[in-house]
Design a protein around this ligand. Structure first.
Ligand SMILES: NC(=O)c1ccc[n+]([C@@H]2O[C@H](COP(=O)([O-])OP(=O)(O)OC[C@H]3O[C@@H](n4cnc5c(N)ncnc54)[C@H](OP(=O)(O)O)[C@@H]3O)[C@@H](O)[C@H]2O)c1
Length: 350
């Protein structure tokens, strides 16, 4: 440990009743095998915080997944030369539910599924890229054999990104477009311009009763690939109704049934990209091949950020840092987030 690092920190911790609170005397963690210690500069919020708080009540576990910050310490068994003290990085915490997460002054992170970030990307913008961005990578490339930005195709074919204003959707739109695909998406009308600016070729209102028919018409009844960034309510039905006459494949972000035999729906969980077993609270086995994918996806995300080709989700910077995090977790649970990333600058916390 360096001399300047405190032994205790400010952090938002679980309170055992499905909620969380800011505490000032939480132990600073020590990196274990394959981990780095991050000095968190900004933390970003996902639906995962409210989902985990309400479904897996714990006490005194630090809340939060996404972070950006500085590599502060390197644990044992991290490949030599891979990480540098002082490196600017973004990432998300795999085992936040059991080991503690990122709504804190320091957090632990996997040393390899980590996204180095360029100087011209602010920590606030960078804090929200990891969980949503890697989920988008997984939806596009884990099970669908689609082109990537490393080798874009020149003959575009259509892909539907349902719920393009979600953080996952905003990255999926950009990654699919950079791969040479024709991108069709859905959002509230107020977000159509934003999604066009990210590369969407066509944007439809998901509340329009004729939305699926319009997508079928736009794609000439040939749509064969989709990412359902909502995967609940009527979205699986509307996505499958949008697919072409020969069916196809839908990547799901939540477990859901697809009501069409010729359309295959597959759910993936971004935490499997760390290649380790985990519980959330269901038990998930380790999938070592996914660790290779996680490293590859993190590298693609980092490369695109350094090349200035990827825009982060619009930042909604919360006053007073982590002080009111529980209120903002509830705000997200109430469905009030629209095309924005709730972001906490840790040094703003009183
Ligand atoms: N599988 C995984 O590992 C994994 C990882 C990360 C996230 N997720 C899940 O992925 C989902 C998206 O997460 P996120 O953080 O990207 O979400 P988010 O940013 O919080 O999503 C907010 C957006 O959802 C859109 N939306 C709401 N209902 C919709 C509908 N019926 N059709 C289309 N769009 C709709 C809204 O669009 P408008 O504002 O345009 O109305 C809003 O902008 C969540 O359920 C999350 O739990 C899964």
């Amino acid at each position: 440990m360096t001399n300047s690092r405190p032994s205790q920190m400010k952090a938002v911790v679980t309170t055992g009743d499905g909620k969380s609170t800011l505490k000032y005397n939480v132990p600073v963690p020590t990196p274990g095998s394959g981990q780095v210690l991050i000095k968190v500069i900004a933390a970003a919020q996902n639906p995962s915080e409210w989902m985990m708080l309400s479904r897996y009540p714990t006490t005194d576990i630090v809340v939060g997944y996404d972070f950006s910050g500085i590599v502060e310490d390197i644990g044992p068994e991290v490949p030599a030369g891979l990480r540098k003290i002082g490196e600017r990085v973004a990432g998300f915490v795999a085992a936040a539910v059991t080991e503690g997460g990122s709504f804190a002054e320091y957090c632990l992170a996997d040393a390899q599924v980590l996204i180095p970030i360029p100087e011209d990307l602010s920590y606030e913008e960078a804090s929200g890229v990891s969980m949503a961005g890697l989920t988008a990578c997984q939806a596009l490339w884990q099970n669908q054999n689609l082109p990537t930005p490393l080798k874009p195709i020149s003959q575009p074919f259509p892909i539907l990104i349902w719920g393009g204003a979600t953080a996952v959707g905003q990255f999926a739109i950009q990654l699919a477009k950079l791969s040479g695909l024709q991108v069709i998406t859905t959002a509230s009308p107020k977000n159509h311009e934003l999604l066009r600016s990210l590369g969407a070729d066509a944007v439809f209102d998901y509340r329009d009763p004729a939305v699926a028919a319009k997508i079928v018409e736009y794609t000439g009844n040939k749509l064969a690939h989709a990412v359902d960034c909502i995967s609940q309510g009527d979205s699986p039905t509307l996505v499958s109704a949008s697919m072409g006459k020969n069916g196809g494949y839908v990547a799901l972000v939540l477990k859901a049934d697809i009501p069409r035999a010729d359309v295959k729906g597959e759910f993936a969980l971004v935490m499997t990209l760390f290649g380790k077993a985990f519980e959330i609270p269901m038990q998930y086995p380790a999938i070592p091949e996914h660790y290779e994918l996680g490293k590859k996806f993190a590298s693609i995300m980092s490369q695109l950020l350094f090349e200035g080709k990827l825009k982060s989700t619009p930042v909604k910077l919360i006053p007073n840092g982590l002080q009111d995090a529980q209120n903002w977790i509830e705000y997200q649970q109430e469905g009030k987030v629209s095309a924005e990333k709730i972001t906490y600058r840790i040094s703003d916390t009183p």
